[in-house]
Design a protein around this ligand. Structure first.
Ligand SMILES: *[C@@H]1O[C@H](CO)[C@@H](O)[C@H](O)[C@H]1NC(C)=O
Ligand SMILES: *[C@@H]1O[C@H](CO)[C@@H](O)[C@H](O)[C@H]1NC(C)=O
Ligand SMILES: *[C@@H]1O[C@H](CO)[C@@H](O)[C@H](O)[C@H]1NC(C)=O
Ligand SMILES: *[C@@H]1O[C@H](CO)[C@@H](O)[C@H](O)[C@H]1NC(C)=O
Ligand SMILES: *[C@@H]1O[C@H](CO)[C@@H](O)[C@H](O)[C@H]1NC(C)=O
Ligand SMILES: *[C@@H]1O[C@H](CO)[C@@H](O)[C@H](O)[C@H]1NC(C)=O
Ligand SMILES: *[C@@H]1O[C@H](CO)[C@@H](O)[C@H](O)[C@H]1NC(C)=O
Ligand SMILES: *[C@@H]1O[C@H](CO)[C@@H](O)[C@H](O)[C@H]1NC(C)=O
Ligand SMILES: *[C@@H]1O[C@H](CO)[C@@H](O)[C@H](O)[C@H]1NC(C)=O
Ligand SMILES: *[C@@H]1O[C@H](CO)[C@@H](O)[C@H](O)[C@H]1NC(C)=O
Ligand SMILES: *[C@@H]1O[C@H](CO)[C@@H](O)[C@H](O)[C@H]1NC(C)=O
Ligand SMILES: *[C@@H]1O[C@H](CO)[C@@H](O)[C@H](O)[C@H]1NC(C)=O
Ligand SMILES: [Cu+2]
Length: 820
């Protein structure tokens, strides 16, 4: 997925410029009618008549009973009251503004406001809530302790130095007060060898990199690029070419090396640049902050390396030089409807409706959610976007924390651009790119929405309607059975929370779903533009998918943290394997039978804590509480299993990642929970790959995993070899990976039996004698509120920005920044 126009440096610059020049385009339009945000501000929970009937009536209708009078159900409001304050919630506007003001008052931080900061000033990159330690959090949510003291996690971009670096610091307690607030380096969550809570910033001179280096080189070969592709990449307004390169940068031997590639700029509004590589690359040594000390190290064209521009120009001028063709923007790279309309497709397709309104409740202020027997809190951070806390089922916590840690897209190829690419996407962040969702498309039209906010350059940006919540009925039942005299079948109703982050060229859709049997599914689907390669002698690295285009092979690995608490924190991970055996039995007449048995064991320590899913799905992985057995003596637990394909990184000891991507090495990784190991990665791991802020492999230091608070770090992803069907965009039907958690001997029987939304039809000799519906509500025609069948998409606004320094809460303006 990668992607970013991974013109990341430029994107950052662009957004800074925008911020300083954009007039405050105050929300001039009248507040649009947003039909999918229902009953805003209502605190009353109204229950529709249909639901009342379901609750009160012990209806057991049969054929001869008259249809009930249609009743027009009012839409349910969906307000819950969180039992506790959401301690994973973002900072409020006022808290953030207070921290920012306080930071600028600290002379020792020597900060410059972002809009005035140059490459040689310190500035603030991030202000957000510091996650609470689990011990403090549990004392609050499970008992009567006071809420953990709030602190801010601040990232400073310290560039007023020869050694530019990002510094993670803690500020607090909040709200800040001149007499009590302090700051100190944030070090305990990181395990960088060199310590200190800082990591170097290889991006500090992104302005100079383009103006004094990349465009100068682009201009130096303008004659050649005009000849090859009728264009230039020289930083001119009339450029039709672009240049950008590898991520992370090569960091061997203490040198910082870049490879950059030429790309065509799209000639349309479509974001097709990652489909337009041109097959020319150059290498630079950009070690240090002084562009005059940087070194140009050569060109690569059609797998031939030229050490100097003169060598390259001489080759190009020679008669024998063969010019490879360009990749050119066109309809093949555009997503709008094209081709003959499919039969009957112009008629509207089926839609789902909620005849009784929402059957879940949300505390929008606290981002706390209840559906059926589940409840949880939602958190949101810049690095990883949406995360879930204190996920309970029937009042008992199943997971303390569930959420994305990092997403890797590791490419390979015979050219240095593809070979050198291994995007660690939290560098760009999942929060800043969790854009507004499109009702009726990203989520059902009737979904509820939450906003999310993130900090950027002394402002808070709000993605409106960027998390959606909805119930859905699957197109297959959760249970059924037919005999000669009855059929029993149960609707598979589930609840999903979804957000989509578009990190550059790729769109990741994250869905967390909760089911009536107590199971939970985490899924990621991907769409958007692939990053492709120039097709020249690279058959071993991808399919030939367009004119001079290779669908560049790459691995996606997305790491999720699942901090299980099964009936408390005293947990173990039990393994149960199916093994083929030859075995004789007292009844087998002395003969061995070829059969199979179960072998049970426990993951004893972190030394055994990293492994892959067994071939043929032979081994079950079950998080259990050894002290909590069911009546039959089996451990109560939750099993973890792949839902759809998952994958770990094919590359071993990646030359691009070194120690920065160790989380991607296995399918399942289990550690003992520690407040010092809250996250598998750090947003700036790419800046120092040999000694990153978080080297995940260091978590594994032999600690016992029996009867401990265990954390599972689970990888999803796919081995993506794009084919012609990835043009113009990858499709989510198959770009899909998921993991499920399911109760394992946790209850005495399946919990979905509690739903009334099932039926048992009794029949005999062609006649139905009973239809049992267990008191379920009846959707009357009147209650089916189809209005609007098509959501009002003219209410889509993009992000809303509020300035924090100077704090200007009453003048929000619209501005949406994407990486490309
Ligand atoms: C079905 O409904 C009719 C009319 O209300 C009633 O007489 C009959 O007993 C019902 N049958 C069953 C099986 O409940
Ligand atoms: C940026 O610098 C200008 C000129 O010195 C100053 O007027 C302005 O207030 C500064 N911006 C902020 C947000 O402090
Ligand atoms: C503070 O930052 C300025 C640039 O904003 C720099 O010139 C100055 O040297 C810095 N002062 C210290 C003490 O680091
Ligand atoms: C959280 O835990 C870490 C590691 O034990 C500790 O250093 C830190 O002080 C704790 N934070 C708070 C707010 O107690
Ligand atoms: C919390 O406080 C309430 C009221 O004082 C008490 O009834 C309850 O037992 C306490 N709960 C815990 C877990 O300490
Ligand atoms: C805190 O200190 C700053 C800078 O010295 C000052 O401008 C501000 O008024 C102080 N705020 C309070 C609440 O004392
Ligand atoms: C080359 O580019 C120029 C300006 O971008 C355009 O006017 C011209 O038609 C192009 N020539 C060819 C041969 O495509
Ligand atoms: C692009 O603009 C530059 C500077 O204005 C000019 O010298 C050059 O000829 C233009 N290139 C093309 C292809 O039009
Ligand atoms: C590219 O290189 C390959 C092998 O080095 C060579 O066979 C081929 O002719 C070259 N293509 C062009 C267009 O120069
Ligand atoms: C989301 O933000 C919009 C615009 O500020 C606001 O009207 C709406 O009430 C917010 N929605 C929620 C659920 O907070
Ligand atoms: C954890 O569970 C084990 C096994 O049931 C038990 O022996 C141990 O006492 C428990 N530890 C705690 C702290 O409850
Ligand atoms: C990984 O690669 C680095 C750099 O090439 C090398 O120093 C290290 O020994 C390798 N580690 C393993 C486990 O192969
Ligand atoms: Cu992909």
């Amino acid at each position: 997925m990668g992607l970013l126009d991974r013109i990341s440096p430029r994107a950052i610059v662009t957004s800074a410029l925008l911020l300083s020049t954009v007039a405050h385009d105050v929300l001039a339009r009248p507040s649009p009618k947003v039909p999918w945000v229902r009953n805003k501000g209502s605190t009353q929970k109204k229950i529709s008549d249909a639901v009342k009937r379901a609750i009160n009536g012990q209806q057991r209708r049969n054929n001869s009973e008259p249809e009930p009078e249609p009743e027009c159900a009012s839409v349910l409001t969906t307000t819950a009251i969180a039992p506790k304050t959401n301690i994973w919630a973002p900072l409020s506007d006022v808290e953030t503004a207070g921290v920012v003001e306080w930071l600028f008052a600290q002379a020792d931080l020597n900060l410059t406001v972002s809009e005035n900061a140059t490459a040689w000033d310190n500035s603030i990159t991030l202000v957000e809530a510091l996650w609470p330690n689990k011990t403090d959090a549990i004392a609050y949510i499970d008992a009567n302790a006071t809420a953990p003291t709030k602190y801010a996690h601040v990232v400073l971009n310290n560039r007023a130095t020869e050694n530019p670096h990002y510094a993670d610091i803690v500020v607090g307690p909040l709200p800040v007060d001149n007499t009590t607030a302090t700051w100190e380096p944030l070090t305990y969550p990181y395990n960088k060898q060199s310590g200190g809570g800082t990591v170097r910033n290889l991006d500090a001179d992104s302005d100079a990199l383009y103006s004094e280096w990349i465009y100068v080189i682009g201009a130096s070969v303008a004659d050649i690029t005009l000849d090859l592709w009728n264009g230039t990449a020289a930083g001119l307004d009339n450029d039709t070419l672009d240049i950008w390169g590898i991520d992370p940068l090569w960091q061997d031997d203490g040198r910082i090396i870049r490879w950059d590639a030429f790309w065509s700029l799209p000639t349309s509004d479509f974001d097709s640049e990652t489909l337009l590589p041109l097959g020319l690359y150059f290498k630079s040594d950009v070690t240090g902050r002084d562009p005059s000390q940087w070194a140009f190290e050569g060109w690569l064209y059609n797998n031939t390396f030229y050490a100097t521009t003169d060598d390259f120009r001489a080759a190009w001028s020679s008669d024998s030089f063969k010019k490879n063709g360009p990749n050119v923007d066109g309809e093949w790279a555009h997503t709008d409807q094209q081709g003959t309309v499919i039969p009957l497709d112009a008629a509207p397709p089926p839609v789902t409706v909620t005849p009784a309104g929402s059957r879940f409740a949300v505390d929008k202020e606290q981002k706390y959610v209840e559906w059926m027997d589940f409840s949880f809190y939602i958190g949101f951070t810049r690095d990883t976007g949406m995360a879930f806390y204190d996920i309970r089922y029937k009042g008992e916590r199943i997971l303390y924390e569930l959420g994305l840690q990092e997403a890797l897209a590791h490419y390979a190829g015979n050219d240095p651009m593809q070979s050198g690419t291994a995007y660690l996407d939290t560098f760009y962040g999942f929060g800043p790119y969790a854009f507004e969702l499109v009702p009726g498309y990203d989520c059902p039209a009737y979904a509820e929405y939450l906003n999310t906010s993130f900090y950027v350059e002394e402002t808070t940006h709000t993605h409106v309607n960027s998390i959606c919540l909805f119930e859905y009925v699957a197109d297959y039942p959760i249970q059924r059975h037919t005999t000669s005299h009855y059929t029993s079948v149960t609707k598979n109703t589930y609840f999903t929370v979804r957000s989509v982050s578009t990190v550059g060229n790729y769109d990741y859709t994250f869905s967390y779903s909760f089911f009536l049997d107590g199971s939970i599914a985490v899924e990621v689907r991907a769409s958007g533009y692939i990053q492709s390669a120039y097709y020249a002698g690279n058959e071993d690295y991808g399919f030939h998918i367009h004119d001079f285009l290779s669908g560049s092979m790459h691995d996606h690995v997305l790491n999720f943290k699942a901090d299980f608490d099964i009936l408390g924190t005293n947990n173990s991970v039990q393994l149960m394997s199916l093994v083929p055996v030859e075995k004789s039995y007292p009844w087998s007449g002395g003969k061995k039978r070829s059969t199979m048995t179960l072998e049970r064991s426990y993951v004893e320590s972190e030394d055994e804590g990293r492994f892959n899913w067994a071939p043929n799905s032979a081994t079950q992985v079950i998080v259990v509480n050894e002290g909590e057995q069911n009546a039959l003596g089996e451990n109560r637990g939750y099993r973890v299993l792949p839902y759809t394909g998952t994958s770990h990184l094919t590359v071993q000891n990646s030359s691009n990642l070194n120690n920065a991507g160790r989380f991607a090495e296995f399918d399942v990784q289990i550690t003992k929970q520690k407040d010092t190991e809250p996250r598998a990665a750090h947003a700036y791991n790419s800046q120092d790959t040999f000694d990153p802020p978080v080297d995940f492999a260091k978590f594994f230091d032999g600690e016992s995993l029996r009867n401990e608070d265990v954390v599972l770090w689970l990888n999803m992803g796919m081995h993506h070899v794009p084919h012609s069907g990835d043009l113009p965009n990858t499709v989510m039907t198959t770009a899909h990976s998921g993991i499920q958690f399911m109760p394992s001997n946790y209850f005495s029987i399946d919990e979905s039996r509690k739903t009334v939304n099932q039926v048992r039809i009794t029949y005999d000799e062609g006649k139905t004698s009973d239809v049992a519906t267990f008191g379920q509500g009846i959707a009357t025609p009147c209650a089916l509120n189809f209005t609007p069948a098509e959501p009002d998409l003219w209410g889509y606004t993009g992000d809303i920005v509020v300035r924090k320094f100077p704090f200007d809460p009453n003048n929000p303006f619209y501005q949406t920044d994407s990486i490309v």
